[in-house]
Design a protein around this ligand. Sequence first.
Ligand code: SF4
Length: 414
Amino acid sequence: MARLEANGFRCYHDAECPSGRIVVINTCGFIGDAKEESINTILQFVARKQAGKVDRIYVMGCLSQRYLKDLEDEIPEVDKWFGKFDYLNLVNELQEQVQSPHPSAIKPRHITTPKHTAYLKISEGCNRLCSYCAIPLITGRHTSRPIEDIVKEAEWLQKEGVKELNVIAQDLSSYGLDLYQEHKLPELIDRLAGIDGIRWIRLHYAYPTDFPEGLLAVMAKHTNVCKYLDIALQHCTTHMLTQMRRHITQEQQDALIHRIREIVPGIHIRTTLMVGHPGETEEDFEQLCQWVKQMRFERMGAFAYCEEDGTYAAKHYKDDVSEEVKQQRLNTLMAIQQQISAEIQEAKVNQVYSVLIDRREGDYLIGRTEWDSPEVDCEVLIKQEKTKADPIGQFVQVRITRAEEFDLYGQIIQ
Ligand code: SF4
């Protein structure tokens, strides 16, 4: 978007109520649900084009990268398809189609999130080749961005008003290995934590094998590094971890989780698990349920396995767990977690936390604690009359008065 703006286009990020005549749809293509959502979005805009509300439709991103040929044939109403990294070709195409006489100042980013929060991507791609995952096929090998580039971008974001950096990568743990031949995540996070005005740094998508443990001391040292880690573990039994090609045993994985909790007290771990992967027996699943009860992850999501074209699992395994069993296992696992989540939330009642206010919805201000990532985690709802000085984008101290299984309710105390 920043590149388009630098070339004279005005860009808006608005999927719900689009106002532009040219639409660029960025797609996701790594699991069934994401593909379906992407296709539905494209079809919605095709309908708008047919109704004369849109002139041109361009599609890019992972889905487009993965199924370019098929999509071109299937949805000819789209004017042109681009791959995930085809930014320059998209800009060139638009320049050919539309006169754009007033280039604006070149900015590094067009921020599409609320002003006070931003995602910061530190690397692209993944070398891990987990059996079920199509991401490496789409994004290619892991490529880290240089530390200096990332710090510069973070400083710019801070000057634009960003207070929370959500650091993301497909594989955070490998950051630096390609570029510096060593783990550099601890150093990078230490540098980002030193930027004045950045109040929260939140880490997403670590990988347990070869985890850069120096990071834990950095997390413990800086108050502005959230005590939060998103680390997908996928399963617990060594049998399943091997089947999934995760290159880790149950003992190693458990020991890592214990060390994380020991070195960073109070940390909230978010993990993702998968049920119904080829080879998962009743016994594996039973062990997974027991393990989830034992580990008491503060945040947890789960998926049912879905065979993805071109993956190791699609080529070498039989999809041998029925859809019905997958769904039953998913429901059972999520019911266990619901109970754990409710207990964890309940323990927060009467405590006072620093809450970042994201928005207003009716009579409520909606915010998050340091343990909650935008979009995926819990929210804090604060009943308060609308005022001119609604503290959107600000940190306030909130006493928690009530907990639901997912969200918290509270009152501002200062
Ligand atoms: S580490 Fe994550 S992105 Fe990489 S292959 Fe495994 S699941 Fe996919």
